[in-house]
Design a protein. Structure first.
Lengths: 138, 137
């Protein structure tokens, strides 16, 4: 686990990248973003949403986003991916392979709409790519 | 982009890791594994899943691309042992998949067992891919 070292991590950059990534997700899944299309494709009803634990969802978003950005930062330092294009490509690649890939497999077997996979996957690729680019700027 | 070198990819490792991940996934979601519970919570007809070709092809492609990326990352990070690869894969799975699966599950009010089955599967598969890649690097 020698790769898992926080030496060289710029915590200010992590905080900014987390904030921007989080804000992007907030907008993306809002009515101004893709919310209506996503909701229809995911067949999620208002009654379902009332049953959702928004506390867990909100807290989980913060924790998952923050840990994802920290991991990305650690990898960028260890890989010497020190420019914004490096960060953009690494973040987008991690989002595509590790997150969008999981959506494709699980949603595929669960016979869910490909639109859900595309929207969730696009969010994850952009969110991590954006975070990587910002980390690279620092 | 000095960190991204496709020359680091060991294609035999990609093939073995893809096969291993597919077998584990098959057993994981088999009716004698967690398939029956998963299908009930996902509200999916297991017979329809059994005959679905596209998700299987998609799984193979995703596993192969994941293994190739793991080769590049692990070679650059000097994660070149079975144990190291296992821990690397599990860490990435935990931070980039399990947490996010839990998040999406909570947001969509999906049944917790469904989220748990999918998320733990991802961690196990990524740990396995990391271990196989580590063995070949």
């Amino acid at each position: 686990m020698e790769w898992l070292s926080f030496e060289g991590v710029d915590w200010l950059a992590v905080a900014i990248a987390f904030g921007v990534s989080f804000a992007f997700g907030w907008w993306y899944y809002s009515p101004a973003g893709v919310w209506k299309v996503w909701k229809r494709a995911a067949k999620v009803t208002d009654a379902d949403m009332e049953g959702a634990s928004m506390g867990v969802a909100f807290g989980g978003t913060i924790v998952a986003n923050a840990l994802g950005v920290i991991l990305l930062s650690v990898l960028m330092v260890r890989l010497d991916a020190a420019t914004w294009p490096d960060g953009l490509v690494l973040g987008a690649m991690l989002g595509l392979v590790y997150r969008a890939g999981a959506h494709a497999i699980h949603n595929g077997f669960a016979m869910r709409s490909p639109v859900v996979t595309a929207l969730d996957g696009l969010h994850d690729v952009v969110a991590l790519g954006l975070a990587g680019a910002l980390l690279g700027l620092f | 982009m000095g960190w991204f070198d496709l020359g680091e990819v060991r294609w035999i490792a990609v093939a073995v890791a893809t096969l291993a991940a597919f077998v584990v996934t098959f057993l994981w979601y088999h009716p004698r594994g967690l398939g029956t519970v998963w299908a009930r919570h996902a509200a999916v007809d297991l017979d329809a899943v059994r005959t679905a070709v596209v998700p299987r092809v998609m799984a193979v492609v995703v596993f192969a691309v994941t293994a190739a990326v793991m080769c590049v990352l692990q070679a650059e990070l000097l994660v070149v042992s079975v144990g190291g690869g296992l821990l690397f894969g599990a860490s990435v799975g935990l931070l980039l998949r399990l947490l996010w699966s839990a998040l999406h599950g909570a947001q969509e009010a999906r049944p917790a067992p469904l989220t748990l089955i999918d998320a733990v599967h991802d961690v196990v598969v990524l740990a396995l891919i990391g271990a196989v890649v580590g063995a070949f690097l």
